[in-house]
Design a protein around this ligand. Sequence first.
Ligand SMILES: Nc1ncnc2c1ncn2[C@@H]1O[C@H](COP(=O)(O)OP(=O)(O)OP(=O)(O)O)[C@@H](O)[C@H]1O
Ligand SMILES: [Mg+2]
Length: 243
Amino acid sequence: MEKQGVIKLEGVSKGYGNNLILNEFNLNINKGEFLTIIGSSGCGKTTVLKLINGLLTPDSGKVHVNGEDISVVNQIQLRRKIGYVIQGVGLFPHMNIRKNISYVPNLTKKDDKSKIAAKALKLIKVVGLSEDMLDRYPSELSGGQRQRVGLARALASSPDILLMDEPFGAVDEITRKLLQEEILRIYKELNVTIVFITHDIKEALKLGTRVLVMDKGQIIQVGAPTEIMENPKTDFVRELIGA
Ligand SMILES: Nc1ncnc2c1ncn2[C@@H]1O[C@H](COP(=O)(O)OP(=O)(O)OP(=O)(O)O)[C@@H](O)[C@H]1O
Ligand SMILES: [Mg+2]
């Protein structure tokens, strides 16, 4: 029996105006995978992520999440099941860190106030920050700290899918390494499916259980890190891995 894909894009085309970005794009992501996506700037990576969580709708083709066609499911419910760490962090500047992290739980009201407070406290520690950060505002944090808060906020709705768009860009090498360890720990602990965009090939190969190489809206190669390393399919991939 074919393993049930938790995320499935079938013949998806998407353009902006006359500019076609994805043409009959197909992708199947299995439950529990950590898929890293790498490719040139503007090739359509963010577009793929936004199609998965319904922020964008395909011009044609279908997107399935957890076996459901997302064009017919409630969009708000869908997005609450999917954690999304956006390119450039995107914290709410007028809310302190506690409120940022608790944003979705406060909206859904599935938990009472004390539970939500306990969750914020737990998550700030999960991403390796201290409790006293909760009362600060985003402008009072470093770039790397803000990225950790972005991750904590995405985890707050206990998603089973985590979409991360260059979450560790714009931090120094040391912080990046720490964040990588953190996300691997969270991945193993929470048993989530992760789709992670990066521009750093070392990061893509280190974190991914599968690596997807994209160029101009097309999948050039997708496979396990060792496969990409040992059998780069095209010059583009060879160049990327520096072979
Ligand atoms: N809302 C929009 N309107 C028009 N064009 C857009 C829009 N969003 C994206 N594009 C264009 O679509 C293409 C793909 O964009 P996308 O954001 O998916 O790229 P990306 O692979 O994530 O790039 P980067 O690595 O720079 O983040 C780009 O050429 C971009 O300029
Ligand atoms: Mg992008």
